[in-house]
Ligand binder design. Structure first.
Ligand code: ATP
Ligand code: MG
Length: 332
């Protein structure tokens, strides 16, 4: 079966609703159709300063949330990126395949380094898309489930894979992004022109899955909309309302036209209150499952150890092939 690969950062502790709808839900779906590899990308997390104690706790917490969201270790391979040293090794090779100008065009770096202050941004933050290239190519992935913000990085991955294959002979599968248009970009509830993000300017528009559900419900009820009153999907004219409709539709499985009909003649308050209730109902069992996985560190660590072992077998084979093609002398 085709391969899928994706990674998620453990940086904020809790995942947010954009991570879940844009990415994690697709991870869960692709377990059924793909040979799927998913990892907590702790090496990406350290591109910005991390407290060691928090990083360690957040990495386990990320794995627990992925399991709580529906990843099944019998159906996919779940592991921690740093447990598979081949990521850093192929990452170096890919650094040497990338033009400086090419890397400089990555818009996420521009955004993130601007937020941090340009001289505080690390070289690691600059080259992180290239490590991501290695993450994907190691597994010969066909599909990479991600949100819209990652499209440019998958494009870079395709370019570098093609470049390597052309120079050194067929080595890597050319991957394609798996982006589900409807949920590819969930917006901040207070600023519907900005993507919901872990590194949001203000926490008010960010729905963290592990926050107290009462806090999240309040965020939905005070979501920014517009001065009109009609509940209609229109990204341009009504970005706030459209975002709420997207989230409602994704969590309930109801089509947007049906929602528009259902809320005809009703005010924004009704939509917001309903959505707050829908979210709380969905997230409460998610909290319970996350707590269960966290409360059983032995099982969690054994899932991650088995995952790393399976991942390493695949990664080592790809790295050896790449080293060989490059002309590196094999260690005997
Ligand atoms: P940061 O702002 O630090 O980059 P993030 O919120 O983007 O954090 P990541 O760990 O970088 O979180 O992303 C994990 C996955 O979630 C990626 O596939 C990304 O495309 C997806 N994703 C992130 N934010 C959204 C969003 N608002 N809507 C849809 N998908 C999203
Ligand atoms: Mg991101």
């Amino acid at each position: 079966s085709p391969r899928a690969l994706s990674g998620i950062q453990p940086t904020a502790g809790s995942f947010h609703l954009g991570n879940y709808l844009g990415a994690i839900r697709q991870y869960v779906a692709l377990q059924e159709t793909h040979d799927a590899f998913y990892m907590v990308v702790d090496l990406h997390a350290i591109t910005v300063p991390q407290d060691p104690v928090e990083l360690r706790a957040n990495t386990r917490l990320a794995a627990a949330q992925l399991l709580a969201a529906g990843l099944d270790p019998e159906r996919c391979t779940l592991f921690i990126q740093s447990h598979v040293p081949e990521h850093a090794q192929l990452g170096w090779v890919m650094n040497c395949m990338t033009g400086f100008g090419e890397a400089s065009r990555m818009t996420q770096f521009k955004d993130k380094s601007a937020k941090q202050g340009a001289d505080r941004a690390t070289v690691g933050l600059f080259t992180y898309p290239i490590l991501q290239v290695a993450d994907i190519l190691l597994y010969q992935a066909d599909a990479v489930p991600v949100g819209e913000d990652q499209r440019q990085h998958i494009e870079l991955t395709r370019d570098l894979a093609e470049r390597f294959n052309t120079r050194y002979g067929p080595t890597f599968t050319i991957p394609a992004p798996h982006i589900v248009r409807e949920v590819a970009k969930i917006y901040d509830l207070q600023d519907p022109s900005a993507k919901m993000s872990k590194s949001a300017a203000s926490p008010k528009g960010l729905v963290n899955l592990l926050d107290d559900p009462k806090v999240s419900a309040k965020k939905f009820r005070s979501a920014v909309t517009d001065t009109d009153t009609v509940i209609r999907y229109d990204e341009k004219e009504k970005p706030g309302v459209s975002n709420l409709l997207t989230i409602h539709s994704a969590l309930t499985g109801t089509g947007i036209p049906e929602l528009e009909e259902r809320y005809e003649g009703k005010g924004y308050g009704a939509l917001k209150t309903d959505l707050a209730d829908i979210f709380v109902e969905w997230v409460t069992p998610f909290h319970e499952r996350t707590r269960e996985y966290l409360g059983d560190p032995e099982t969690l660590d054994s899932v991650l150890a088995k995952g790393a072992e399976k991942a390493r077998a695949v990664a080592a084979e790809t790295l050896a092939a790449a080293y060989d093609r490059l002309g590196l002398v094999p260690a005997k």
